[in-house]
Design a binder for this molecule. Structure first.
Ligand code: FPP
Length: 245
């Protein structure tokens, strides 16, 4: 029985988030420049998007660039942004043909103008699609997202649009960049690091975490199925006991 056949459709997560880590190390091990690793990180992106759409997963969030990544050498940043634009151009038809919608979280204003324009165009072109939603986290910082939410909440409160008594999880979540997107049930991180790295700190409260030592360019569809199978075998208790479930 293949790994895919072992998956139980009703027990799949609705939302999978992935920290795609290890591109740089993958390239260094091959004696190549770091960008070679990023270039080879596009195929696994393709594979997880395709597999998610086929399986009927609703949301796939990919951590492509953190605010901390702006501190990398300028050549690497330029190459990454270039890669993003060329990938978007290459993938546009595939996203449209497969009813996939693209969204982003993060501060797009920090991106180079052409990268931002390409992204905005693709977001608009796919806005009416009803299949898988791919959320690209770009120039994203979860702490900053929470701080921005706090700022807006204070403003709305001072302007009398919001009363402190109204504040609860539902209200707070409306101020996050992920408003309207359900929390991920599964987070995958590649490359053997056991960290969250400022990613979806609020949204991951009850998420199942899956770590693999594979470097991102080596991650493939079978690895993805394996992570989903592992998830299906977990008991999610949300603070309750096994007997209460
Ligand atoms: C982390 O590896 C990866 C990134 C910072 C970039 C991820 C980008 C891609 C997979 C390219 C294409 C993406 C899309 C969405 C088209 P790292 O460089 O931190 O690796 P290291 O920890 O080994 O240095």
């Amino acid at each position: 029985m293949s790994l895919k056949d072992k998956l139980i459709r009703e027990k799949l997560p609705r939302h999978v988030a992935i920290i795609m880590d290890g591109n740089g190390r993958w390239a260094m091990r091959k004696g190549a420049a770091r960008i070679f690793g990023h270039q080879n990180g596009v195929t696994p992106v393709d594979e997880v998007v395709k597999a998610s759409a086929e399986l009927g997963i609703d949301y796939l969030t990919l951590y492509a660039f953190s605010t901390e990544n702006w501190g990398r050498p300028v050549e690497e940043i330029d190459a990454l942004m270039g890669l993003l634009v060329s990938t978007i151009k290459k993938e546009t038809k595939k996203l449209l043909d497969n009813n996939i919608r693209l969204l982003t979280i993060g501060d797009l204003t920090k991106l180079p103008e052409n990268t931002r324009m390409e992204l905005v165009q693709l977001i608009e072109a796919t806005a009416a699609n009803t299949g898988l939603t791919v959320v690209l986290a770009l120039s994203y910082s979860s702490r900053y997202e929470i701080i921005l939410a706090a700022r807006e909440i204070i403003k709305d409160t001072l302007e009398g649009k919001l009363s402190p008594d109204e504040m609860n999880c539902d209200t707070f979540e409306r101020y996050l960049q992920t408003a309207g997107i359900p929390d991920p049930e599964l987070l995958i991180r590649t490359s053997g690091e056991f960290r969250i790295s400022n990613f979806l700190l609020y949204q991951l409260a009850y998420t199942e975490l899956y770590f693999t030592s594979k470097l991102w360019p080596d991650f493939n569809t079978e690895d993805y199925y394996e992570a989903l199978l592992d998830y299906q075998n977990r008991e999610r208790r949300f603070g309750k006991t096994s007997e209460q479930l």
